[in-house]
Design a protein around this ligand. Structure first.
Ligand code: AHR
Length: 547
């Protein structure tokens, strides 16, 4: 382990890499466990509104700052009939969900999700079923969702009470089609042909769509790399994004220190996918970059789930007679202080790569591996991981800057990634100071159109100390932020500070103690454009700035 050290970072002469994409703060709602039923939708609950949506959950979704929500899966989508969730509720079919071995009542569907998204103020990102269905159903769904009245399916939507096209721009063409667990999983060549045809046809219907091809389910799949090259090489002309999925947890064999450095894996993953996307561009003699949609990320002990599933399968002899429960309690992870620091670090990594990662969805939103938890009849509450996301979503705007390390950085030793910097940080600066989004939704515009401007503005520093043993001092030279000529502008000042740390890295929140792990203000010195602060071991920090 390192000894307490000083991390000197600087933005002197550093140009921004990109502008913060609005969709960086996306989330994910899947028909899985109690995410939909008992999560966002629970008619009869005291917190439910006239549509059956939990008001307390909606309030927390707004506080979380979610901008865009991927729906309805996930593995669930690969066996889903989108039509089942439309029309009068009493007529909707009840079906088995093969992905999660549950009963799907279809009491929530696209129309209801559209209404919920309006209330939440979030953009919709839809995934289509490429498992049991494919191009035809994707085209029909597109007509139902976005079609102007006057055709059969668009008119069906109108009859179901939604007169205007929903205007869904971003569509995922399937989910994790490389995964052997996926209903209808495919070889790279099979999926490449399917996504190419489907994307081509969807763009005939609307060339303005932004289409996401499935990438690998993780960087550790046996076909990782070959999958991306095959799929993007074939479908380059018609797709705009390739998806990345990554979940991290504390492996017993590797321990907390390696878990704290999970963002190292994410960095390598992103770099490899960018290389594959650029190879596909070169192979197609293209000019346009395929962007990354990191549309499932977060902390989740997926091995624990896989183990449970294996045991459950082994215990059922012959024909499967176990019940298919409705909205069972599945994947209800309770998050620790360390998990929150790791997720804060993953967000820093995503922002640092925002030249190519133009969309990301933290998985998932409510109850299922989620920042928001809801129990029947009780107020919804915030998990530890709620805070780093919410604070970044509220304040990261404008240009993204990557601080450069000056001198020797304190290091930590990991089994999986070798020696890595103890501290990671990123800075955003909004020269308008207005906190709005720029270049919304355009995947081709990733780079900022200029360097820092002289004048006022507002900014955010995000930092993590990944060291489990020692605290570290950080100095960050921000003299160039907001303009090269410091003499022409107001002094940089600290507006607010947030530190998330607990002496017990495994401390958790709960319905009875929702604020056990939460950020609090901490000391930050700001002198002539240089900020200095101390980060305790396993901590995440945010500093709001303005001129
Ligand atoms: O988010 C839980 C599951 O993880 C999703 O359904 C699937 O896409 C991924 O494997």
């Amino acid at each position: 382990m390192s000894e307490e050290g000083r991390m000197a970072l600087s933005l002197r002469g550093v140009q921004p890499v990109a502008q913060v994409p609005r969709r960086m703060f996306g989330s994910f709602v899947e028909h899985l466990g109690r995410c939909v039923y008992g999560g966002i939708y629970e008619p009869g609950d005291p917190a439910a509104d006239e549509d059956g949506f939990r008001r307390d959950v909606l309030d927390l979704v707004k506080e979380l700052g979610v901008t865009c929500v991927r729906y309805p899966g996930g593995n669930f989508v690969s066996g889903y009939n989108w039509e089942d969730g439309t029309g009068p509720r009493q007529d909707r079919p009840v079906r088995r969900d093969l992905a999660w071995h549950a009963t799907e009542t279809n009491q929530m569907g696209i129309d209801d999700f559209y209404r919920w998204s309006h209330k939440a103020g979030t953009e919709i990102m839809l995934a289509v079923n490429m498992g049991t269905r494919g191009m035809k159903s994707a085209l029909e769904e597109l007509e139902y969702v976005n079609g102007a009245p006057g055709t059969e399916l668009a008119d069906r939507r109108v009859a179901n009470g939604i007169p205007d096209p929903m205007g869904v721009a971003m569509w995922c063409i399937g989910n994790e089609m490389d995964g052997p667990w996926q209903v209808g999983h495919m070889s790279p060549e099979e999926y490449a042909a399917a996504v190419d045809r489907t994307a081509h046809a969807m763009k005939l219907a609307d060339p303005g769509l932004q289409l996401v091809a499935c990438g690998s389910s993780s960087a550790h799949m046996p076909t990782f790399g070959r999958w991306e090259r095959t799929v993007l090489g074939k479908a380059y002309e018609h797709v705009d994004f390739v998806s990345c999925h990554a979940y991290y947890y504390e492996h017993r064999s590797e321990g907390l220190q390696d878990f704290m450095a999970s963002d190292e894996d994410m960095k390598t993953f992103i770099t490899s996918v960018v290389e594959a996307a650029d190879d596909a561009r070169a192979a197609n003699q293209g000019r346009r970059n395929i962007m990354l949609s990191f549309d499932e990320w977060g902390v989740w002990n997926s091995e624990e789930w896989n183990q449970q599933e294996t045991e459950w399968k082994a215990s059922s002899n012959g024909l499967h007679t176990q019940p298919w429960p409705e909205a069972p309690r599945q994947l209800e992870e309770v998050y620790t202080a360390a998990d929150a620091v790791v997720e804060g670090g993953l967000m820093i990594t995503l922002l640092k790569h925002s030249d190519r990662v133009r969309s990301a969805s933290r998985a998932q939103l409510v109850n299922v591996i989620a920042p928001i938890m809801a129990e029947p009849g009780q107020p919804a509450w915030r998990q530890t991981i709620f805070y780093p996301f919410a604070i970044a979503a509220a304040h990261a705007r404008g240009d993204v800057y990557l601080p450069q390390v000056e001198g020797d950085a304190p290091q930590v030793e990991t089994r999986s990634y070798g020696s890595v910097d103890a501290v990671e940080a990123v800075v955003t600066w909004d020269p308008t100071g207005r906190g709005g989004w720029s270049q919304e939704g355009d995947p081709s515009v990733a780079a900022s159109d200029g360097g820092p401007q002289v004048g006022s503005g507002s900014g955010l520093v995000l930092a993590v100390n990944r060291d489990v043993a020692d605290g570290h001092q950080v100095t960050l030279d921000l003299r160039d932020l907001g303009g090269q000529d410091a003499g022409n502008q107001a002094a940089l000042r600290v507006v607010a500070t947030h530190l998330l740390h607990d002496d017990d890295p495994h401390a958790v929140n709960g319905p009875d103690r929702p604020g056990r792990v939460a950020p609090h203000a901490f000391d930050v010195e700001c002198r002539e454009g240089v900020v200095s602060f101390d980060l305790p071991p396993v901590s995440w920090a945010a500093i709001e700035l303005s001129r």
